[in-house]
Design a protein around this ligand. Structure first.
Ligand code: FMN
Length: 325
């Protein structure tokens, strides 16, 4: 049975977190994961207040299990935070910065607080700020990512913040990845890309096909977005890992863009976000996309990953068995 102390802390059965991935974390996905014994996460980024209110109400209709609500500090909305704090979920997660005041508020309201980081120093900062769980995100991950991959990052973060629980994120697409993360000292895993390829997350056939066809090398860290939307000074330096799109193929490597070209691209991007077509330009996905061969219901994905992880852990244990004399 795949169980760690993190399960007791969060009151869940399986140490698998469905990562917040804006704007794809539908109430159906979040509740399906929580109902299957994991922890679903709802991302507030790129959502209006009305939509957040509606979606949280819907999640609570669909599940009475714990779930997380996420704030990406790149696009933090204080009104959305106030709304969520009126009726705090079991877990509140922050990414891209360590907002000490909001961490304290969420903890005072009884939520368990996750902080997603991409370096050891950021992990120490988060631990010193009182967060309950550190999410160590490797650069293989989809969405906003740092530069250090999970294999070197995770054991260093585990050592730096011990005994605080660490959840591993980035590049984990099946149960073998889960087993590896647990062996490296994580108490749980945070899977974004794998759950995006679930029945509950993706209504769009074109996007499904792109996910099934993509290899790991079809993703890139798109720095053009940082030029279009420079980040706030107190957020971590991050770049969006996305599938290659015609937009990124055309503009990502153009170092010579003029101010007016940048302004025109910024307008195109804003229009795409407002009309729900952002995925045509930037399609956040991690390197684990190469492991995905089918779109399945979230509960089935969890069940399969648990079976694979258990098999991988017992398989690996054979290598440390005493040699017969
Ligand atoms: C499309 C997409 C959007 C994301 N948006 C967010 C977000 O709003 N907030 C956040 O904390 N993390 C976000 N992430 C990062 C995930 O929470 C997680 O760290 C990552 O997906 C884990 O790596 P994986 O994609 O390899 O599983 C996003 C990831 C993806 C793929």
């Amino acid at each position: 049975m795949l169980r760690t102390p993190l399960c007791d802390l969060l009151r869940i059965d399986i140490p698998i977190v469905q990562a917040p991935a804006s704007p794809y974390t539908t109430p159906e996905l979040v509740s399906a994961v929580s109902n299957a014994g994991g922890l679903g996460s709802y991302s507030t980024a790129l959502r209006t207040l009305e939509r957040i209110d509606h979606d949280l109400t819907r999640i609570r209709e669909l599940t009475d299990k714990p779930f997380a609500v996420n704030f990406l500090m790149e696009s933090f909305d204080p009104d959305a935070f106030a709304l969520v704090m009126d009726h705090p979920p079991a877990v509140v997660s922050f990414a891209a910065s360590v907002p000490q005041t909001h961490i304290a508020t969420a903890r005072e309201r009884g939520a368990i607080v996750f902080s997603q980081i991409t370096t050891v120093n950021q992990a120490r900062l988060a631990a010193d700020s009182g967060v309950d769980v550190i999410v160590a995100q490797g650069s293989e991950a989809g969405g906003l990512t740092g530069t250090i991959s999970l294999m070197p990052l995770l054991p260093q973060v585990v050592d730096a913040v011990s005994p605080r629980p660490v959840v591993a994120a980035g590049g984990i697409g099946d149960g073998r990845g889960v087993a590896a993360a647990l062996v490296l000292g994580a108490q749980g895993v945070n899977l974004g890309t794998r759950f995006l390829a679930s029945e509950e997350a993706f209504p769009d056939e074109g996007r499904r096909a792109a996910f099934l066809q993509a290899q790991s090398e079809d993703t890139l860290q798109a720095t053009i977005l940082n030029r279009l939307f420079p980040s706030e000074s107190d957020t971590f330096p991050l770049a969006m890992r996305s599938l290659r799109t015609p937009f990124l193929n055309e503009w990502e490597s153009r170092a010579d863009l003029t101010d007016s070209e940048l302004e025109s691209l910024r307008m195109q991007m804003m229009e795409a976000i407002e009309s729900g077509r952002m995925g045509d330009m930037v399609a956040g996905a991690g390197q684990s996309v190469g492991l995905i061969t089918e779109i399945a219901p979230a509960a089935e994905i969890i069940q399969r990953i648990v079976e694979e992880a258990e098999a991988a852990l017992s398989h690996a244990a054979r290598w440390s068995a005493p040699t017969p004399s």
